[in-house]
Design a protein around this ligand. Structure first.
Ligand code: GUN
Length: 294
């Protein structure tokens, strides 16, 4: 058996196209187009690349983006003052503070300062709290986890009653994706560095979400035959035969997994493009919330 490839690149392109058409329709009707503020603090090269990519994708779908950069030594007060200013700016519908923050800043306080209606990353404690509670609806769901759920849906995965295993418990991916899977009626196991006999736990998974940041850690013989595998890892590894001397791999040994899984996301071209697509969708929704509040 060779697994079906879940084409995140194509699915993300379709979502962006849908957002683009809705933004164009707004412009035709003379309605304000959505605006996203990106806040980049410090000079983390990966964060710089991500933020630039978010701004470029905004431009492609007609969303206005407003880039703010603060130095690595910006104070807590400066960062919160910027967030408050963006909260008050009617052209800004979504506020994205790129994580991780420099270590002297209090992340929870920064994220709590973002107005709920503009929390397009879904990291405000109230939105995460609602995600974790029955019968509550977050205004926004974090982008990478939301993208994972879209990929599972597009692959036709039956989640209700399934055993879902999440590798990793980060605030950005592991924990919110586990909460979303619970909401979809899966039986969820969250694994981390202290988990005993990880391969045995993973072998129980009908659905595996790997978000642990360790290149090709999950081997083919860890997988239950027919499992659906979503690989969130993006790891650069040295490869003398690659044009750049390195290449990207996921947290799952892809070639091995292909022989065992029923469906799998490739790296690159799986989860990666979904994050920004979901951010654009959330930003459009934030603009629509602003319309309704007006
Ligand atoms: N850092 C890594 N992923 C994300 C994300 O989805 N949003 C923000 N703000 N920072 C991140």
């Amino acid at each position: 058996m060779t697994a079906h490839l879940i084409n995140g690149k194509q699915i993300a392109a379709e979502i962006r196209e849908n957002v683009k058409q809705k933004v164009e329709e707004r412009a035709r009707l003379g309605l304000p187009v959505p605006g996203l503020a990106t806040v980049l603090i410090g000079d983390n090269p990966a964060s710089q690349v991500y933020v630039r990519s978010k701004q470029k994708m905004c431009a492609e779908v007609g969303i206005r983006s407003f880039g703010y950069e603060l130095p690595a030594n910006a104070s807590q007060e400066e960062v919160e003052a910027l967030v408050r200013r963006l909260n008050a700016d009617p052209n800004v519908n979504g506020i994205l503070v790129q994580l991780p923050l420099p270590s002297h800043l209090n992340e929870e306080r920064v994220l709590s300062a973002i107005e709920l209606n503009k929390d397009v990353d879904g990291f405000h404690p109230v939105n995460i709290g609602r995600l974790a509670q029955k019968g509550r609806e977050p205004l926004f769901v974090p982008c990478t986890p939301a993208g994972v759920m879209v990929l599972l849906e597009k692959a036709g995965t039956k989640l209700a009653g399934s055993n879902a295993v999440v590798l990793g418990r980060s605030n950005i991916v592991g924990m919110p994706v586990a909460l979303l899977l619970v909401r979809a009626d899966a039986t969820v196991t969250i694994c981390h560095s202290k988990t005993r006999d990880l391969p045995a736990v993973v072998r129980q998974a009908d659905v595996l979400i790997a978000a642990i940041g360790k290149p090709e850690m999950v081997r083919g013989d860890w997988l239950k035959p027919g499992a659906v595998v979503i690989d969130v890892g993006i790891n650069r590894v040295e490869d003398a035969s690659a044009p750049k001397g390195s290449r990207l791999v996921g947290d799952v040994a892809f070639e091995e997994a292909l022989q065992v899984a029923s469906a799998i996301t490739p790296v690159p071209g799986g989860v990666g493009p979904m994050t920004i697509a979901m951010l654009l969708q959330n930003t459009l929704r934030a603009r629509e919330l602003a319309d309704n509040a007006a």
